[in-house]
Design a protein around this ligand. Structure first.
Ligand code: PNW
Length: 460
């Protein structure tokens, strides 16, 4: 039996646009994803989150699924345009009431709510009239919205995540244009990333000064990173792998923990990388109470003198031209339905990389999971491949704990099959199967496996 610490947090995660549906219900305003999903060709089969898993109406049923599993914590996101339909000022009381009901129902089942403030569903008005995350005023608007959330929910929500995956918002939303708002540029991602960091910093400072002394919660950011393994033992490939990690996680982790961007980004990007004023750097440095990490996969990294970031965005390469980098899979690795390698040792190495670079922070794995081509057969989903994936990654977490890394929690992505962004409903990440025609939920074998892990607080 590989046992976890008694206070270890076992959770599952979702996000508002991916599960709620109710996209115009009770006064909700449109988000950039409501708009983006209407553009022909952007989303697999023209799917959208209009109804999604109808969690907006079925949250009680979904909390019952969590209770059945013995889940300790549930990570969800708050829809900014559900609270502020035009992004600022006029508050939609019915939106507040929805999250009040959700939070109260979770607490009634002794499930700890972990709330993410921004999981990509920016109010459309802020995009159309203000250029969204390109606007240097966005950190101010975000802090206003955060203030609203802390003031209404902070008496009950003690775990806050400001921004989910700044890298994805910057690179996939403003670099490759495959996610909302669909912009393509080699320069905008760095400005967007800068504003996201400033937005996090403004919200975190507000929380710490105005709310934390009374509410006594914690605040962090959830950044995503895959592991980059050198494609060979040669110096250039080792340097390429390290550079890839700096451009992926160091981009956000270094400002949060060191108060500056990685040196390799500053030297390679020059004036394309914005600068922090001394006051801004001081506000961001040390602004998180834990290191939130979303981790899914690993790629081999090789030096390449003329790379291209065109093509398969699923490799998470970023702006390859800035990194002299090429990525590929080891053909030996098994892959998930999305084509991501299943490489648990990459997770273990990344946890060590974070532990060393940021001086032993408390880490929470805020997302980990995989897509499987699940079949519902006679009321059952036998997703052994997902169990194998989780088993490998949870074992890697246990190994990291045994090495002395301060890992505090693990959140499976996802509680439910849901709207997988550009891939629509074609990819299933859930531990519960969702029949989108009937909205019926079925616990997969992986939900039962995970329930046993939680019950035993470890791996058999
Ligand atoms: C994360 N990529 O996003 C998100 O936080 C979730 O909303 C999402 O459902 C989950 O991972 C599974 O994909 C990503 O294509 C989505 O590079 C796509 C990419 C990376 C992260």
């Amino acid at each position: 039996m590989r046992t976890f610490p008694t206070d270890f947090t076992w959770g599952a995660a979702t996000s508002a646009y991916q599960i709620e549906g109710g996209s115009t219900a009770d006064g909700k305003g449109p988000s950039i994803w409501d708009a983006f999903t209407t553009i022909p060709g952007k989303i697999h089969n023209a799917h959208s989150g209009r109804s999604a898993c109808d969690h907006f109406h079925r949250y009680r049923e979904d909390i019952a699924l969590m209770r059945t599993m013995g889940l300790k914590a549930y990570r969800f996101s708050i829809s900014w345009p559900r609270l502020l339909p035009r992004g600022r000022r006029a508050v939609n009381r019915a939106g507040i009431a929805f999250y009040d009901r959700l939070i109260d129902a979770l607490l009634a089942e002794e499930i700890t709510p972990w709330a993410t403030l921004y999981h990509w569903d920016l109010p459309l008005a802020l995009q159309m009239a203000q250029d969204g995350w390109l606007n240097p005023e966005m950190p101010t608007y975000f802090a206003e919205y955060a203030d609203l959330c802390f003031s209404h929910f902070g008496d009950r929500v003690k775990h806050w995540i400001t921004i989910n995956e700044a890298w994805v918002v910057a690179i996939l939303g403003h670099g490759h244009g495959i996610f909302a708002p669909g912009r393509t540029s080699h320069d905008e991602p760095y400005r967007v990333g800068h504003h996201l960091l400033l937005a996090h910093g403004a919200a975190a400072q507000l929380y710490r000064s105005k709310y934390q002394p009374r509410q006594r919660g914690v605040i962090g950011m959830a950044n995503n990173c895959d592991w980059r393994e050198p494609a060979s033992e040669e110096g250039p490939d080792r340097a390429a792998a390290e550079r890839a990690l700096a451009f992926f996680l160091g981009w956000f982790g270094d400002p949060l923990y060191h108060g500056r961007y990685p040196e390799v980004m500053r030297s390679r990007l020059g004036d394309r990388l914005p600068r922090f004023t001394a006051a801004q750097a001081a506000q961001i440095k040390g602004s998180t109470d834990f290191f939130g990490l979303n981790h899914y996969t690993t790629m081999l990294a090789a030096h390449c003198d003329n790379p291209s970031s065109e093509g398969n965005y699923l490799t998470n390469i970023g702006i390859a031209e800035d990194q002299d980098l090429e990525l590929h899979l080891d053909p030996e690795w098994p892959v998930t339905a999305i084509g991501w390698g299943i490489v648990p040792w990459g997770c273990h190495k990344l946890l060590h990389w974070i532990d060393a670079r940021y001086d032993h922070p408390e880490i929470v794995l805020t997302e980990n999971g995989c897509a499987v081509d699940d079949d519902l057969v006679a009321g059952r989903v036998d997703d052994q491949r997902r169990i194998d994936y989780f088993n490998g990654y949870v074992a890697a977490c246990h190994q990291a704990l045994a090495d002395g890394i301060a890992l505090k929690g693990y959140f499976a992505w996802s509680l439910l099959d849901n709207f997988e962004w550009a891939l629509g409903y074609s990819m299933r990440f859930g531990i519960h199967y969702v029949d989108y025609a009937t909205q019926e939920r079925t616990p997969k074998a992986s939900a039962k496996w995970y329930a046993a892990v939680i019950r035993q607080n470890g791996l058999p």
